[in-house]
Design a protein around this ligand. Structure first.
Ligand SMILES: [Fe+2]
Ligand SMILES: [Fe+2]
Length: 210
């Protein structure tokens, strides 16, 4: 029982670790784009920079969890990455193949990308709230502490995007974006992660992302 509990925790943390890592890497690119496209939006730029720092901090907290427990994370790929999947569904491209120049040149695409980050953050806020209600997290002081930090940070991530997009009248998710968000969330939590839990051949990483 204890080893299953540990497996569940390690899997959950591995999925978070991957998402925090890809999240802060994508935000680094977004900050550069915002600085080029909206150089005067200092307050918003600062908010996105803070967001990026927080995601990196979250990544390090999860990495530390594994280091302290002397285990490595499970190998998690883009099929479990919220931003990867969102970009894939909406832009029909892998995150690495996104045409950054094209996005920068189009208000529609640029706001779409920012809206996608905003929706990811709103989803993350709900998700962390749900996790903190779960017994398995409540009973684990280490994870409880990490998720409390995330819970505290999350509101400062989503609201600046909402506020900024509102200013440009582009904050409301479109139908396709809403459906995609729901699909990604439920397919991850109800299908993909449970499937991974029972995949006992799932291997662990040899080294950390960064
Ligand atoms: Fe985070
Ligand atoms: Fe976040």
């Amino acid at each position: 029982m204890q080893s299953l509990r540990r497996r569940f925790n390690d899997l959950l943390v591995s999925v978070y670790l991957y998402n925090e890592y890809t999240g802060y890497k994508e935000l680094e690119r977004l900050i550069n784009s915002i600085k080029i496209k909206f150089p005067g939006e200092n307050e918003f730029i600062r908010a996105v920079e803070k967001h990026c720092d927080d995601e990196r901090k979250h990544y390090l907290m999860f990495r530390n969890y594994f280091k302290k427990n002397d285990r490595m994370p499970f190998k998690i790929g883009p099929a479990f990455g919220y931003v990867d999947l969102f970009i894939n569904h909406i832009f029909k491209k892998n995150i690495q193949n996104l045409d950054r120049e094209e996005i920068l040149g189009s208000d529609v695409l640029f706001f779409k990308l920012c809206r996608l980050v905003m929706m990811t953050e709103f989803r993350g806020m709900k998700q962390v709230h749900n996790l903190l209600q779960m017994d398995i997290i409540k009973k684990n002081p280490e994870l409880n502490k990490i998720f409390r930090v995330i819970e505290r940070d999350e509101p400062s991530h989503c609201y600046p995007y909402q506020y900024w997009l509102k200013k440009y009248r582009s904050h409301l998710p479109q139908f396709q974006e809403k459906i995609t968000d729901l699909w990604i969330h439920y397919s991850l939590t109800l299908i993909k992660i449970p499937f991974l839990f029972f995949n006992f051949r799932l291997s662990r990483m040899n080294e950390f992302y960064a």
